[in-house]
Design a binder for this molecule. Structure first.
Ligand code: GUN
Ligand code: ZN
Length: 440
């Protein structure tokens, strides 16, 4: 057993969805709190005097002044191979894919390239306080091998999968129903539940898979307990029309996935910006999940996601950056854009609700709420030390904030990677800002 360490600072974490239990019961805040970590798990948490009184007197205590501990951020949709093409100019989804994305993804035929980008990508997640993500690879099996090898080395809880794509992309990026199935199967056997790694069957989106391939994806889900599905859904109006023309026998976009058995409690659909009423109902009924990707929806001009509407249908929603369609790795920046998207629709996004979406809500979206998402006793110790005064402007504004909600809101509107002082994975510090390096 590793020895326990206590971290003393202000501590804030999410306990439940404010929409379900009300604001006050949805979070815990300790102005002078202690988090005790041992063997990669949370052993104790609470007000400093209470926790220290019940722990051994010789407990090692690390104290942070003016900083806030919270649980790690969870990004429910991101593409690691698009790291070096983020911020590509001028196009909406389909042209953006053809002109920028596919040529970039071609580079991942080279395993050394994939390993280098996986390293850069995971470092960037840590710098931004993201401790778990649901990640697309490319069509190349080796891209996902490289990703899991790096993630496993850092002991990060990650979900990833090889893209299945057998039509409507350049030849150099296509697999076949048979090879897509066999490669995915081999990756599942090797990586699913190895350490903290989990596998997601990953048909890119309906237009780039034949019926045979979508059927193979459904077969994999039926064959392996606990494996996820990730794909894209109703992101862009032209895309939706294209799906209708490719699958005229289906009721609509979601029905294509439904037909092949791809809906369910571990199925995460990115975007879902333009869902019909009937599709919302089917999402809720099948307990399928949406990843809301604000910076991407704005950057690619896709549309405005209506969060309250999805909640009315009892659909679980997580937040995603969708890099490189999204423009930031920072979940704080992602929250800021989510707030503005709700503003444009006359909806409010309370900072405590935003914290929920970026942590426990993300964990619930990924059915990992028993392991991660907050700092309750027994959870895996993925947590952050946040610097609320990271820049001169944040410092000045924070000193003019009068309560916790205001402070948290300022953090979310002005904060980014500069506000992440330290990132802990399974109890180990894997990133410390002031050393400007990652300890792996
Ligand atoms: N739809 C299909 N592929 C992609 C992708 O790589 N990014 C986004 N944002 N949407 C997609
Ligand atoms: Zn995406």
């Amino acid at each position: 057993m590793t020895h326990a360490i206590a971290y003393r600072a202000a501590i804030l974490h999410s306990l439940a969805d404010p929409a379900k239990v009300g604001l006050d019961a949805s979070y815990a805040y300790y102005e002078d709190g202690v988090l005790v970590v041992a063997d990669g798990h949370v052993r104790d948490i609470g007000p400093a005097d209470t926790v220290l009184a019940r722990q051994p007197a010789d407990l090692e205590v690390i104290r942070f002044e003016n900083q806030l501990i919270t649980s790690g951020f969870i990004d429910t949709h991101i593409h690691f191979p698009q790291t070096e093409m983020i911020a590509s100019y001028g196009e909406q989804l389909l042209d953006w894919l053809n002109n920028y994305t596919f040529p970039e993804e071609r580079k991942f035929v080279d395993a050394a390239h994939a390993a280098r980008v996986a390293t850069l990508f995971l470092d960037e997640l840590l710098r931004n306080g993201t401790t778990t993500a649901m990640v697309f690879g490319t069509v190349h099996k080796a891209s996902v091998e490289a990703f899991f090898a790096e993630s496993d080395k850092r002991n990060m809880r990650m979900i990833a999968g090889k893209v299945m794509m057998d039509r409507h992309a350049p030849d150099y990026l296509l697999d076949t129903p048979e090879s897509g199935y066999a490669d995915s199967k081999a990756l599942i056997e090797r990586w699913h539940n190895k350490g903290r790694q989990l596998y997601a069957v990953t048909p890119r989106f309906a237009p780039t898979s034949t019926a045979e391939q979508l059927s193979a994806a459904g077969k994999l889900l039926a064959e392996y307990e606990g494996v996820y599905l990730q794909t894209h859904l109703s992101e862009n109006k032209q895309e939706i029309e294209w799906v209708r023309s490719l699958f005229p026998e289906r009721k609509g976009y979601l029905d294509v996935y439904d037909h092949f058995g791809l809906l369910g409690e571990r199925s995460v659909f990115a975007h879902a910006v333009h869902l019909e009423q009937e599709e919302c109902e089917r999402m809720g009924e099948s307990d399928s999940v949406i990843s809301f990707c604000p910076t991407s929806n704005l950057f690619l001009g896709s549309g405005l996601f209506d969060l309250p509407r999805m909640e009315e249908h009892r659909i679980r929603v997580g937040l995603g950056t969708d890099v490189g369609g999204g423009t930031s790795f920072s979940m704080l920046q992602t929250i800021a854009e989510a707030y503005k998207i709700q503003q444009l629709q006359q909806h409010k996004l309370h900072p405590i609700k935003a914290l929920y979406l970026a942590t426990l809500g993300g964990a619930r979206a990924l059915r990992l709420e028993n392991k991660i998402g907050n700092l309750e006793v027994g959870k895996e110790a993925d947590f952050l030390v946040l610097d609320l005064h990271a820049t001169p402007l944040m410092d000045a504004r924070m000193n003019n904030a009068h309560n916790l909600f205001e402070q948290l809101f300022v953090l979310m509107m002005l904060g980014d990677d500069r506000a992440i002082a330290e990132t802990y994975i399974y109890g180990d510090c894997r990133y410390r800002r002031d050393q400007r390096q990652t300890a792996v």
